[in-house]
Design a protein around this ligand. Structure first.
Ligand code: ZN
Ligand code: ZN
Length: 180
């Protein structure tokens, strides 16, 4: 297929379409993702406190494809995490976690440092997601003793694993270039 380089509209849209929502339904959104497998569970303090006791799983998506339903915008609040709270190094992270101001459900993370990407919380996605063969558990250094690891095959890392979301999907042949 030949594609006119001047006409973006003829290019297929990248990734697979994911539909998401908050718990109360005030916020509904869609986003396209090439990295839609919920394989990485993070136990860092931000992911545990904002995402619930067991941590958070983030997916990757294309920020320009993030599409909000009508009337959803007004219910979105943002949290920029405080890092090293209570120490001389205390500072505000560049990343913003977007959540519903009505029900507090976490929706997605966006960091202007990587403006093209958005990271929806897997918990906000309503589309069926593929079950990973193996879970990657990261930031064990921040996990309290009482938080148990999920059952099943897993890799466990004190800090972060060796692969980015994109590299992990590519290595496992799960990267979605284009789909309906
Ligand atoms: Zn809500
Ligand atoms: Zn985390």
């Amino acid at each position: 297929m030949s594609v006119d380089p001047d006409s973006d509209s003829k290019l297929p849209v990248k990734g697979v379409l994911l539909k998401g929502s908050c718990h109360c339904g005030a916020v509904k959104f869609t986003v396209r993702s090439s990295t839609p497998v919920p394989y990485q569970l993070c136990f860092c303090s931000i992911c545990r406190k904002v995402g619930g006791v067991g941590g958070s799983i983030n997916l990757g998506g294309y920020y320009e494809t993030l599409n909000l339903d009508e009337n959803s915008e007004e219910f979105i609040s943002k949290y920029s995490p405080v890092l090293d709270r209570g120490t001389p190094e205390e500072r505000i992270a560049t990343s913003e976690r977007n959540f519903c101001s009505k029900c507090s459900a976490m929706l997605w993370l966006h960091d202007p440092t990587w403006p093209d990407l958005v990271h929806p919380f897997a918990s906000a996605i309503d589309s069926p997601l593929q079950v990973p063969k193996k879970l990657v558990c990261v930031k064990m250094v921040d996990k309290p003793e009482y938080v148990r690891l999920p059952d099943g095959a897993k890799e466990v890392y004190a800090n972060y694993g060796q692969f980015s979301l994109e590299d992990w999907h590519k290595k496992n042949n799960l990267f979605v270039d284009y789909a309906e």
